[in-house]
Design a protein around this ligand. Structure first.
Ligand code: CAA
Length: 379
């Protein structure tokens, strides 16, 4: 068993760190305040191969695998968690095309998604189908050469920016997981429009919208995988996606740790730097130890994916632990900053808000526990 990263993985981590430090970190606060989507930075990330890291080279990706992807995403999230979710959801939309797409679909959509010329989104969630995608009501009716889609999707990351969206809709009226199918929905498809833009607590530089479908015609060739396999396609994609959210959580937690140390070493109370007080040291020690634990859980899930070994349980464990840990790290970082941490002037205020959603999207902590318990009890 080796705990060493390869030279290539180290190099990718440093490249992502360097990019994030120059191109994201100086601007992330302003993007958050003004809700600016970092379009130019995302474009540059495409050029560096960061938008298709797990996609094989023959389909336009970097083909460097899940461990490298996780390392890079952690660095991006350290600097800007909004950019990290944009990158992560692009992967969430590429992965199902790689795994279930026809050769033609891979050529048409995967190549530009992996190369950063297109942006992807993943549309599962509806107002009455969050944790329970089996309750999806958006209907896709088979009309011969096309499907006619009616309904709506909620909280869709990248929804307003995406060129291609993985849409999960119901092709069988009876409510069951097996009645769902996956489609490749492209920007500009007649009958598809963007609805409400969400006003969020955190990740305010990421794009989150509602999608509306009124007699939206999706050509038959845009069915992804087999009819009726939409639920499984979504689950397989989310397994991978959860490694992404665990990595994003790690990046946020590391930023919390560094901000805590920096502040504690300069802030004086009772005539001493607060870093000399044991109460503060313990908070810093707990965060550091938990980051290490979350890091190994996440890299182990990613390594299993790279090796082609099942990783559903490991991805859920990583997502559960890392996201809850990031929230504890953010709480402690703000506590160490005291009143200053509550002010927008300090970076920890943004980190605290950005951390919050990580225990919610791509499966709440409660859903991760269901997945883990099922897998463990089955073992
Ligand atoms: N891989 C492959 N197949 C899987 C699977 C997986 N990980 N998980 C389940 N399946 C299969 C099962 O084997 C089963 O197959 P059969 O019908 O052939 O037997 C089928 O799918 C149904 O599985 P379950 O009976 O386990 O389904 P369930 O209704 O009990 O739900 C669940 C299971 C784990 C709770 C699931 O509903 C779930 O993960 N919910 C959370 C959804 C979620 O994460 N939503 C987030 C939206 S996306 C998002 O947030 C993106 C963003 O913007 C950032």
């Amino acid at each position: 068993m080796s705990f060493q990263l390869t030279a290539e993985q180290e190099m990718i981590r440093l490249m992502a760190r360097d990019f994030a430090k120059k191109e994201l970190e100086p601007f992330a606060g302003e993007w958050d305040r003004k809700e600016i989507f970092p379009e130019k930075a995302i474009g540059k990330m495409g050029g560096l191969g960061l938008m298709g890291m797990m996609v094989p080279v023959e389909y336009g990706g970097a083909g460097v695998g899940a461990v490298s992807y996780s390392l890079a995403l952690q660095e991006i999230a350290y600097a800007c968690a909004s950019t990290a979710v944009t990158m992560s959801v692009n992967n969430l939309s590429s992965d199902p095309i790689l795994q279930f797409g026809s050769e033609e679909q891979k050529q048409r959509y995967l190549l530009p998604l992996a190369g950063g010329e297109m942006l992807g989104a993943f549309a599962v969630t509806e107002s009455e189908a969050g944790s329970d995608p089996g309750n999806i009501t958006t209907r896709a009716e088979d009309c011969g050469d096309h499907f006619l889609v009616n309904g709506s999707k909620l909280f869709i990351t990248n929804g307003n920016r995406a060129d291609v969206i993985i849409l999960i809709a119901r092709t069988v009226s009876e409510k069951s997981n097996r009645g769902l199918s996956a489609f490749l929905l492209t920007k500009g498809t007649p009958g598809f429009r963007i609805g409400r833009r969400e006003d969020k607590l955190g990740l305010r530089a990421s794009d989150t919208v509602e999608l509306l479908f009124e007699d939206c015609r999706i050509p038959k060739e845009n069915l992804l995988g087999k009819e009726g396999s939409g639920f499984k396609i979504a689950m397989v994609a989310l397994d991978s996606g959860r490694i992404g959210i665990a990595s994003q959580s790690l990046g946020i937690a590391r930023a919390c740790l560094h901000e805590s140390i920096r502040y504690a070493k300069t802030r004086k109370q009772f005539g001493k730097n607060i870093s000399s007080f044991q109460a503060v040291q313990w908070m810093i020690a707990d965060t550091a130890a938990e980051i290490e634990a979350a890091s190994w859980l996440t890299l182990s899930a990613a390594d299993r994916k790279d090796q082609g070994i099942p990783f559903t349980k490991e991805a859920s464990m990583a997502k559960l632990f890392a996201s809850e840990m990031a929230n504890r790290a953010a709480y402690r970082a703000l506590q160490i900053h005291g009143g200053y941490g509550y002010m927008k002037e300090y970076k920890v205020e943004r980190l605290y808000r950005d951390a919050r959603v990580t225990t919610i999207y791509e499966g709440t902590s409660e859903i991760q526990r269901i997945v883990i318990a099922r897998e463990v009890m089955q073992d």
